[in-house]
Every structure is written in C-alpha cells, then in structure tokens.
Design a binder for this molecule. Structure first.
Ligand code: MLT
Length: 329
C-alpha cells in the first residue's frame, strides 16, 4: 500500500510540475476540435442554432466545432455530462430556458446548479414561442382551438420534448391559461415532435420560431399564435396570443452557451469572442432572423451578462412552475 501511495504522490507532483499555467493554455487554445453538446435531437431548434453558430465559431477559433447531440433527461443529461469534462474549453454546451432555468424548480434531481457549476460564455439568441396544430385540425384560429381544447381536454394530446423542456413548460403555461390539463407525448426533441405534428399523429405543439418557420411557410401545420405582444417579423401573418384572446400567454425562450466550471477566464474570453463574432456576422444574423430568432443585446452576449440573466430567469420561472404544480419525480 505504501508503494502505491508513494507512486500516486509522485504522479501528482509530476502532473503539478507539468501543469500548464492558465495564460499559456489560452495561448494554445484551441489545440484540437471543440465539441459542442446539444441537449436535444438533431433537426430541432437547439440543434439548428448550435450548428449555425458553431460553424462560424470554428472559422474564428481555427478548429472545427463538432456537434454532438447528447440527448436525455429532458435536456439535462448534457449539462450533467459537461460538468465531468476537462475545463479546458474543448467541450461546450448550448443550453436553454428549460435546461438552465426552469429545471431548477421543476427537477428535484437536477445534478447541477446553472449559476455555480458552469463557466458562462454568452447568450446566443432569444426565440418566440408559437402554438401549432396539425394541418387536419378543425380549428383555424386560436379562439377556435381554445374552444375545441376545452371540449376535448380528455382526448387531446400535446407533443413536447420531455418534462422540463421548453415545449413542455411553455405549453403547460398555455394549458393553465386556457384552464385545461392535457396528456403529453414526449419526444427526444421538437425536431421529431414536429415531424409527428406534420404527420398528424399529435394535436398540438408549442415550439420555438426556429423550428416553426419552415413548416409554417410550407403550410404543413397550422400556426395559430405567437406568445408575445408583437407579431414576429419572420411570420407576420401569425396573430399574437392577445389578438387570439389569450393575452396572458406570453413567453420568450433563449439559448445560451456554457463551458465546464473552472475553464480559465482567457479561454472563456476566446470562446465568447468567437460567439460574438458569429452573432455579428451578417450571414448568421440573417439566417437566425429568417428563422424568427432574435439576436440578444450586446451586454447579454457577455459572460457576466449571461450569468445575471440566467439568475433572473430561474427566479422568473419558479413561480410559473409552482403555480402549474408540476415536478419531475
Ligand atoms: C429542441 O431543440 O428539440 C427543443 O429546444 C426542445 C425543447 O422543447 O426544449
């Protein structure tokens, strides 16, 4: 045992001697491809945003940003995985309102604390939420859908990306404003959930602009309302929830970028600079805006700005979730 312990001590001493100081790490970062964990299925809104921004970041960083869809536990598995990764900037994560704000109240088993367990890189985008029904649905307006939902509460089904995902929490809010409790059908992301809405297998889905815009334009679904005060510039013919008679249904969601806690500040600064360069690029901005997403104010694109924002979002979602009376067991 003594021998083993001596070897272990010697190993620690050697690794300490070889440890690269933070400044030096930033000079060499990135020394290999950067993996971006996406907590939901390919083809969904988080994936689309991650790929778009990641592609531009790879040009700034001089290394590929490789996308890995790390799906599970309504998007929180990816955050749990990120905590175990080396804090050297080579693994990052795109999280959102569900994984890094609502989950704190919703999920008593959440393995991380969004404010304490990560390095905050910056806010990526905000994303209005739309109420969508299958094309074959008899309702053509939000008012007609609300009437149908009240009469068909027991047989209606609501697609979402898992308990605690954005599509789940925002439709919970919608259902509570309408005054109904509806069975949910969980998917690995709203990419596959949207496929089933297009296929007519489910009745409705509350989803982010990025996933809705292509289907709404193609006429494969009926998009009844946007849950904000003004109409979306990307889908101007879709009425607001207030125009549809539900002014209390208002919600904006967001995507944000995180690294493991302990990532050296200079490395976080390099990742942040690459993110901001992507968000300043006319091509990336144009594509995000075409998909209905909005670029955050410059102060929210910073590490400190994101941390303050996430704290406020945890506080904002807590009473909403408590009022809806739902938790993950
Ligand atoms: C996704 O990317 O599939 C969605 O963001 C999941 C969700 O609704 O939270």
């Amino acid at each position: 045992m003594k021998v083993l312990s001596a070897i272990r001590t010697a190993c620690f001493a050697l690794s300490a001697a070889l440890a690269i100081p933070h400044g030096a790490l930033a000079q060499t970062f990135p020394s290999k491809p950067v993996t971006m964990l996406i907590p939901f299925a390919a083809g969904g809104p988080t994936d689309v945003v991650g790929r778009l921004v990641g592609e531009h970041m790879s040009r700034t960083l001089g290394q590929p940003v490789v996308i890995e869809n790390a799906v599970g536990a309504a998007g929180t598995l990816a955050g749990t995985r990120l905590m175990g990764m080396a804090p050297d900037g080579h693994t990052i994560l795109i999280g959102h309102t569900g994984t890094h704000a609502a989950a704190v109240t919703l999920n008593p088993n959440l393995k991380y604390k969004p404010l304490e367990d990560f390095a905050h890189i910056g806010l990526v985008n905000t994303n209005p939420i739309f109420v969508n029904v299958r094309k074959s649905h008899e309702a053509n307006t939000l008012q007609e859908f609300v009437t149908w939902l009240k009469a068909n509460e027991a047989k209606a089904n609501n697609a979402h990306a898992g308990v605690g995902s954005v599509s789940h929490t925002t439709c919970l809010l919608f259902n509570s404003v309408v005054g109904v409790k509806v069975a949910g059908v969980a998917y690995r992301g709203t990419g596959p959930a949207m496929n089933d809405l297009v296929g007519g297998q489910v009745d409705y889905l509350c989803d982010q602009a990025v996933n809705v815009a292509p289907q709404q334009r193609a006429g494969t679904i009926k998009t009844l309302a946007v849950a904000q005060e003004k109409r979306s510039e990307a889908m101007p013919d879709v009425p607001t929830s207030a125009e549809g008679g539900l002014p209390a249904f208002k919600v904006i969601v967001w995507n944000a970028m995180f690294a493991p806690k302990g990532t050296p500040p200079d490395v976080v600064a390099k990742l942040n600079a690459a993110l901001r360069a992507a968000l300043a690029d006319a091509g990336v901005r144009g594509k995000l805006q075409e998909l209905g997403a909005e670029i955050p104010a410059p102060e929210l694109q910073t590490s400190d700005g994101l941390k303050t924002f996430v704290g406020a979002e945890i506080d904002r979602w807590s009473p909403i979730i408590k009022a809806a009376g739902v938790t993950i067991q």
